[in-house]
Design a protein around this ligand. Structure first.
Ligand code: PLP
Length: 396
C-alpha cells in the first residue's frame, strides 16, 4: 500500500471538484471526468429487476444464496449473445459484481510472484491492483514501476504497441477499446497480441468493457482470434453498455483450455477464488442482466449507446474545429485530446478554472498519457452542448 504513489485517480479528481465548487459556489460545474453513465436504464430492464425484487417478498419468489458462478440462465445468455461462434461455453462464464472487482480477484489468483505488462496509457486499476498485491517493485523514474512492462501507445504508433520488442511477462493486461485512448485493436493487431502471448507463455487479461461502442469491424472479443482460448481471460461488464455502473454486474470468461505451464486449469483456481472471496452477484442485478439480453432489452440498449456515441462525435468535432488534436470517440465514449508540451494536471486545472468543466488528466492513466486530457461523453445532451460552447470560448 505504501508504494501507491497517488490516491486512486477518480476519487482524487472528485476531491478537486469539491474544492472547486467551494471556491465557486455559483458555478455550474459540468462533469466530463469519471466515465460514469448519465442516462436512465430502459424500463424493460428496471421492470425485470423490480419484479424480481418484489418476488423476494413472496414464498414462491424468495431466493437466498445463488450459485457463486452466477445464474445458469444468465451465463448461457452471455455465452450466446457476446460469444456466439467463438466456442465459449456457459460454464466458462463467471458472473461478477463488475469488471473492476474481477480484476482484483484475478490479481489475488495470480499473487505477488508474477510480472505484468500494461498498455500505457490505460485504465488505472490494473497497475494499482498490481502494486497492492506486491507485483511491481519500486516506483522509479517518470512514475514507472520497475517490474511492470509499459507498452507505450501514442499517436506515433497509432495507439498500438510494438510487441516485437517487449520484455516477456507472465500477464498482459490489454483493454480494447482502450480507456482512455479510445483505440479499438484490429483483428490483425489482436492476432499479434495472441501470438506474442503464446510465444512468451503469457496470460492475456483482455478487458472488453467498451466492446459495445465499437463502430468498425474490430473484434468485440479476444475469442474471435483462433488460439486465444489457450492464453486469454476476458473481463467485461454491464456498466457501460447498460448503465449498470451503480447496479453492479459484470462477467469474466476463463476457457477450460487455459492452463498454467504445469498443465493445471486456471478455470478451477478461479472457481475456488470466487467461492472463497465473492459468493456470487446480486440476484436482482442478474435479473436485470438477463433482461438486457432479451431482444427487446438489447435493442433498447443500442439506443442509449448510440446517444453516447453521438455525444462523443459532437465533442470530437467541436474540439477538432478549434484546432486541437483529437483522438478516440469513434469506438469509445472517450475523447483523447493532445496538448503537446503541456503537463496534463496543469491543463486539467486551467480548463477547470476557466470553464468549470471536469476532465481527466492523461498522466493519471500512465506516463505516456502526459500532455493529454480525457474527456468523457457520458452526460446529458444539453450539458455536452454547453460544454462545447465553453470549450469554444476558452480555446479561441
Ligand atoms: N474496465 C475498464 C476499462 C473501465 O474503464 C472500467 C470503468 O470505468 C471498468 C473496467 C470498471 O467496470 P465495472 O463498473 O464493471 O467495475
Amino acid at each position: 500500500m505504501e508504494k501507491l504513489k497517488n490516491g486512486y485517480l477518480f476519487p482524487e479528481i472528485g476531491r478537486k471538484q469539491l474544492a472547486h465548487m467551494k471556491k465557486y459556489p455559483d458555478a455550474e460545474v459540468i462533469n466530463l471526468g469519471i466515465g460514469d453513465t448519465s442516462e436512465p436504464i430502459p424500463r424493460i430492464i428496471t421492470k425485470a429487476m423490480a419484479e424480481y425484487s418484489l418476488g423476494l417478498s413472496t414464498m414462491e419468489g424468495y431466493r437466498g444464496y445463488g450459485p457463486e458462478q452466477g445464474e445458469k440462465e444468465l451465463r448461457r445468455a452471455i455465452a450466446g449473445t457476446f460469444y456466439r461462434n467463438t466456442g465459449v461455453k456457459d460454464t466458462e462464464v463467471f458472473i461478477s459484481d463488475g469488471a473492476q472487482c474481477d480484476i482484483a480477484r484475478l490479481q489475488l489468483l495470480f499473487g505477488s510472484n508474477v510480472t505484468i505488462a500494461v498498455q500505457d496509457p490505460t485504465f488505472p486499476a490494473y497497475v494499482d491492483s498490481s502494486i497492492i498485491i506486491g507485483q511491481t517493485g519500486e516506483c522509479a523514474d517518470y512514475g514507472k514501476y520497475n517490474r511492470i512492462e509499459y507498452l507505450s501507445c501514442s499517436p506515433e504508433n497509432l495507439f498500438f504497441p510494438n510487441l516485437s520488442s517487449i520484455r516477456p511477462t507472465d500477464i498482459i493486461f490489454f483493454c480494447s477499446p482502450n480507456n482512455p485512448t479510445g483505440h479499438a485493436a484490429s483483428r490483425n493487431q489482436l492476432e499479434q497480441l495472441v501470438e506474442t502471448a503464446r510465444r512468451n507463455g503469457s496470460i492475456i487479461v483482455y478487458d472488453s468493457a467498451y466492446a459495445a461502442y465499437i463502430s468498425d469491424d474490430s473484434p468485440r472479443s479476444i475469442y474471435e482470434i483462433p488460439g486465444s482460448e489457450e492464453v486469454a481471460i476476458e473481463v467485461s461488464s454491464f456498466s457501460k453498455c447498460a448503465g449498470f455502473t451503480g447496479v453492479r454486474l459484470g462477467w469474466t470468461v476463463i476457457p477450460e483450455e487455459l492452463r498454467y505451464s504445469n498443465g493445471f486449469a486456471v478455470h478451477k483456481d478461479f472457481d475456488r477464488i470466487i467461492c472463497t472471496c465473492f459468493n456470487g452477484a446480486s440476484n436482482i442485478a442478474q435479473a436485470g442482466g438477463l433482461a438486457c439480453l432479451t431482444p427487446e432489452g438489447h435493442e433498447a440498449l443500442q439506443g442509449v449507446i448510440s446517444f453516447y456515441k453521438e455525444n462523443a462525435s459532437i465533442l470530437a468535432e467541436t474540439l477538432s474545429s478549434i484546432g486541437l488534436q483529437v483522438y478516440g470517440g469513434q469506438s469509445s465514449p472517450y475523447i483523447w485530446v493532445h496538448f503537446p508540451g503541456a503537463k496534463s494536471w496543469e491543463v486539467f486545472a486551467e480548463v477547470l478554472e476557466k470553464t468549470h468543466i471536469i476532465t481527466v488528466p492523461g498522466s493519471g492513466f500512465g506516463p505516456s498519457g502526459e500532455s493529454f486530457l480525457r474527456i468523457s461523453a457520458f452526460n446529458h445532451r444539453e450539458l455536452i452542448i454547453e460544454a462545447c460552447n465553453r470549450f469554444k470560448r476558452f480555446f479561441k
